[in-house]
Design a protein around this ligand. Structure first.
Ligand code: CMP
Length: 139
């Protein structure tokens, strides 16, 4: 059975331009509920570790610099079939290719500064949630 929660981050571009509340409201309006949330300014080392799966890709350095450049908001959302539901709700990586009504179409600037991260599998949702939250921090 698919996991009923997933992990997400409001990235520095969206967080610092005051869009976190609007994005969360948009997702709550689609039936997601908040299970955990915090604000953190990641160190470069934390960003490197979080995105280790992308190490070696051409955009890795830029991604790590961006994610550690300013505060962001990691959070956990619950919904049936959560990983797929949130990937659908956020849209394509590049906002120019994202479907109408998706978070990236509505709130993102570019492929690099694309407002939001969402886990791409149940396995990664578990791993990424544990990266930022202890069990006691999740309701
Ligand atoms: P996300 O899917 O959250 O996690 C990996 C991130 O790498 C992705 O969002 C983009 O922000 C970034 N990314 C992917 N491809 C590129 C690219 N070609 N150029 C810059 N950043 C990218």
């Amino acid at each position: 059975m698919a996991l009923d929660y997933t992990f997400s981050i409001i990235k520095p571009d969206a967080f610092n331009s005051g869009k976190a509340g609007k994005i969360l409201a948009h997702l709550e309006g689609q039936g997601f509920t908040l299970k955990a949330c915090r604000v953190i300014h990641m160190t470069k080392r934390q960003a490197e570790e979080f995105y280790a799966v992308h190490r070696g890709r051409p955009f890795y350095g830029e991604l790590v610099e961006f994610m550690s450049s300013a505060p962001c908001m990691p959070f956990i959302l619950a919904k049936a079939n959560a990983v797929h539901a949130l990937r659908d709700a956020i849209g394509a990586t590049d906002p120019a290719e994202a479907a109408a009504g998706t978070v990236r179409k509505l709130f993102a600037e570019s492929k690099g500064k694309n407002a939001i991260h969402a886990s791409d599998s149940d396995e990664n949702a578990v791993r990424e949630s544990r990266f930022f939250f202890t069990e006691a921090e999740v309701v």
